[in-house]
Design a protein around this ligand. Structure first.
Ligand code: GUN
Length: 294
């Protein structure tokens, strides 16, 4: 059984990105600058945003964290976005999700200038991804594709089952996995909370991508021998034996499922680190005008 270490791959990419940024700046290019809007103080979001900001620092990228209380109105948030759209110093920015219930997330995403949408959530980027034309890819699906590529996982003609239909992971990764290319070219089934006979689907999977946010949902009886599993789940589960009082749990019951796999991503150290570095890669592509001309 092979461990698909996103942590290790992320380190390799970090070295490349750091060199790339240094060379770009030495050649007179503008130092990349990522802005992150964080609304409220959701524990998970705080952690993710912290990782994003620290990664920027390590790689020679400027970052600005813009915090708002969860009482911010939708219109005030939209004005903040408009400011960043017009700020030439900012090459790319994201609005960390989830947002409070009184804010319509799709309205917020649509307000972001798609040329600065380094999260790849804007309808133009999603549309272009679907057409397989240049765009910013959503960070987590982009990270997953890099893992498959780096570890040379065969995807062509394989049965790929995706659990979860979120706009952030499930649906975009299902599109990328069915693209005519590599990684891709798989036969993809998207399963969700209304899927009947779920186990019948998951047991057919050569590649199983799980993005539900339900700790240890996938058990050994649900998968076949030799499956490749990408576990996107990172849920905080109370754990008194840990200093911080919780541990991160994946969506897969690792201890019993891993022995059946030909390859699997661990949690932590699998998909998570790849999400962060993929966002950074998008930011560097933004400053260079590699996706959309400046
Ligand atoms: N919340 C969970 N994942 C993500 C992500 O990739 N981007 C943003 N903006 N919010 C998230």
């Amino acid at each position: 059984m092979q461990i698909l270490s996103g942590k290790e791959l992320s380190r390799i990419i970090q070295t490349q990105v750091k060199e790339d940024v240094a060379e770009w700046v030495a050649g007179g290019g503008k130092q990349p600058h990522l802005a992150v809007i964080l609304v409220g103080n959701d524990g998970g979001s705080e952690t993710y945003v912290g990782h994003k900001v620290r990664m920027c620092e390590r790689l020679g990228i400027k970052s600005s964290l813009i915090r708002h209380s969860d009482g911010i109105s939708e219109s005030a948030l939209l004005s903040e976005i408009e400011k960043l759209n017009n700020d030439e110093e900012i090459d790319g920015f994201i609005v960390q999700l989830p947002l409070p219930k009184h804010i319509e997330v799709n309205k917020v995403i649509a307000a972001i200038d798609y040329r600065k949408d380094v999260d790849g959530f804007h309808p133009i980027n999603i549309g272009r991804m679907t057409q397989n034309t240049p765009c910013f890819l959503p960070a987590t699906p982009y990270g997953i594709m890099q893992i498959l590529e780096h570890y040379k996982i065969d995807t062509q003609g394989k049965e790929c089952v995706v659990l979860g239909r979120s706009n952030i992971v499930g649906r975009p990764v299902s599109i990328l996995m069915s693209n005519n290319g590599y990684p891709g070219n798989a036969t993809v089934t998207v399963c969700h909370s209304r899927t009947k006979n779920l186990k019948e689907h998951t047991r057919k999977a050569d590649i199983l991508i799980v993005a539900l946010g339900i700790p240890e949902f996938v058990t050994a009886d649900m998968v076949k021998e030799g499956v490749v599993i990408i576990d996107v789940g990172t849920t905080r589960v109370a754990d008194d034996t840990r200093k911080r009082g919780y541990r991160l749990s994946g969506d897969v019951k690792y201890s019993e499922v891993a022995p059946k796999c030909s390859a699997i991503t661990p949690v932590p150290g699998g998909v998570g680190p790849m999400t962060v570095i993929s966002l950074i890669k998008n930011t560097v592509r933004a400053v260079k005008g590699e996706v959309y001309e400046k």
